[in-house]
Ligand binder design. Structure first.
Ligand code: 3PG
Ligand code: MG
Length: 352
C-alpha cells in the first residue's frame, strides 16, 4: 500500500485521534450482537497504546440523523472495548465541546477515551468544516482505521484531514492491500457478493466488478431493484425506481461478458418490517402484493454456496450484519460464509 501507516510515524507522547468503525449491531436492549468491528480495530489501538500514545477514538453508531438518540449511545461499545483491551475506556457525553476538549487534553499516554456518537451532530455527515476542525483540535495526529466507513466523505473521515496530518491504521492497510491484490491479480474464479439497500450506492463498484469478476452474486435490498428490472412483481419491497434501467444495463453487460450473474431465486418475505411480522419463503416471481422481500431464501443460499465453492477470491460489499436482527430469517445469507469473510468489516477474503 502506498499510503503512510502508523508504523511510519512517531506517536510517543502524542494524542492520536483515531476514526474507527464501531457501528456494531445492537439488540433491543443495546447489547452488542457481533463485536467483529471492535476486535478488528484492536491491533491499531493496542499498537498506539504500546507506542506511548494517548488514544482518542471516534465512531458513528447507527443513523441518529443529527439528533441525540439514547439507544445509540456508545456506552455498550466502551464497555466491550474495555473488556477486550483489558484496560479502562473513558467516555464523554459528546464528541466536541469544552468538556470533551478538557478530557482529551488530560488524557495520558496509554489511556483510551471513546467519544460519543459522531452522528448526534448533523455536521458529521454534512462534512462541515467547523465541526471537522473541532474534532481535529482534540488530537495531534489523525489515524483512519474505519474501513467500513471509507466510502463516506464525512467530517470525521475526510474533513478532519484538512486540519491534522493523517495516516492509515492496520485494518485500513490490510483491507486496501487485500483489495488491491484482488482487483489487480485475482485468483480465479473471482466472485463478488454485493448487497446493501441501494443500487445507487454501488453503481461504480458494480460496473468495475462486472468487468473483472467471474461471478456476481446480488443480495440485500438492491436485489429487489434487479428483480424488478427482470420484470418480477416485488410487492411492497424496497427498491429504486430510478435505477431500474441501470440494473437492466448491468445485467446485460454481465451477459455480454459471459459472467455468472446470480439474483435471488427465492426470498424471505414478511407482511411488514417488524421482528414479529408474519413471514414465509416464496419463489422470487411469487411475491404477493402487500408483502415485502427481506432476505434471500434457502434455495438462493444453496445456489450461492455452490457458486462460491469454486471461487478462489471472494470480495463482498454491502452485506449488512444488522440483518440478523430480523427474525424473519434475515442474515441467513451470511451464515454459510462465516469464517470465510468478515461480515460488515473485511471487504475480501482471498482463499489462498
Ligand atoms: C456501515 O455499517 O455501512 C458503515 O458503518 C457506514 O454506515 P452508514 O451506511 O450508516 O453510512
Ligand atoms: Mg451502510
Amino acid at each position: 500500500m502506498n499510503k503512510q501507516t502508523i508504523r511510519d510515524i512517531n506517536v510517543a507522547g502524542k494524542r492520536a485521534l483515531v476514526r474507527v468503525d464501531f457501528n456494531v449491531p445492537l439488540d433491543a436492549e443495546q447489547h452488542i450482537t457481533d463485536d467483529t468491528r471492535i476486535t478488528a480495530a484492536l491491533p491499531t489501538i493496542q499498537y498506539l497504546l504500546n507506542a506511548g500514545a494517548a488514544v482518542i477514538l471516534m465512531s458513528h453508531l447507527g443513523r441518529p440523523d443529527g439528533k441525540v438518540v439514547d439507544t445509540l449511545r456508545m456506552a455498550p461499545v466502551a464497555q466491550r472495548l474495555s473488556e477486550l483491551l483489558n484496560t479502562p475506556v473513558q467516555s464523554v457525553n459528546d464528541c466536541i465541546g469544552p468538556e470533551v476538549e478538557a478530557k482529551a487534553r488530560a488524557l495520558q499516554p496509554g489511556q483510551v477515551l471513546l467519544l460519543e456518537n459522531l452522528r448526534f451532530h448533523k455536521e458529521e455527515e454534512k462534512n462541515n468544516s467547523e465541526f471537522a476542525h473541532q474534532l481535529a483540535s482534540l488530537g495531534d495526529i489523525y489515524i483512519n482505521d474505519a474501513f467500513g466507513t471509507a466510502h463516506r466523505a464525512h467530517a470525521s473521515t475526510e474533513g478532519v484531514t484538512h486540519y491534522l496530518p493523517g495516516v492509515a491504521g492496520f485494518l485500513m492497510e490490510k483491507e486496501i492491500t487485500f483489495l488491491g491484490t484482488a482487483l489487480q491479480h485475482p485468483r480465479r474464479p473471482f466472485a463478488a457478493i454485493v448487497g446493501g439497500a441501494k443500487v445507487s450506492d454501488k453503481i461504480a463498484v458494480l460496473e468495475r466488478l462486472i468487468d473483472i469478476a467471474d461471478m456476481i452474486l446480488i443480495g440485500g435490498g438492491m436485489a429487489n431493484t434487479f428483480l424488478k428490472a427482470e420484470g418480477f412483481e416485488i410487492g411492497d419491497s424496497l427498491f429504486e425506481e430510478s435505477k431500474i434501467t441501470v440494473a437492466r444495463d448491468l445485467i446485460a453487460k454481465a451477459k455480454q461478458g459471459s459472467k455468472q450473474f446470480l439474483l435471488p431465486k427465492d426470498v424471505v418475505i414478511a407482511d411488514r418490517f417488524a421482528a414479529d411480522a408474519n413471514h414465509t419463503i416464496v419463489s422470487s416471481d411469487q411475491v404477493p402484493q402487500v408483502w415485502r422481500i427481506l432476505d434471500i431464501g434457502p434455495t438462493t443460499v444453496a445456489s450461492f454456496r455452490e457458486a462460491l465453492a469454486t471461487a478462489q477470491t471472494i470480495v463482498q460489499a454491502g452485506l449488512s450484519d444488522k440483518m440478523t436482527h430480523v427474525s424473519t430469517g434475515g442474515g441467513a445469507s451470511l451464515e454459510f460464509l462465516e469464517g470465510r469473510i468478515l461480515p460488515g468489516v473485511a471487504a475480501l477474503q482471498d482463499k489462498r
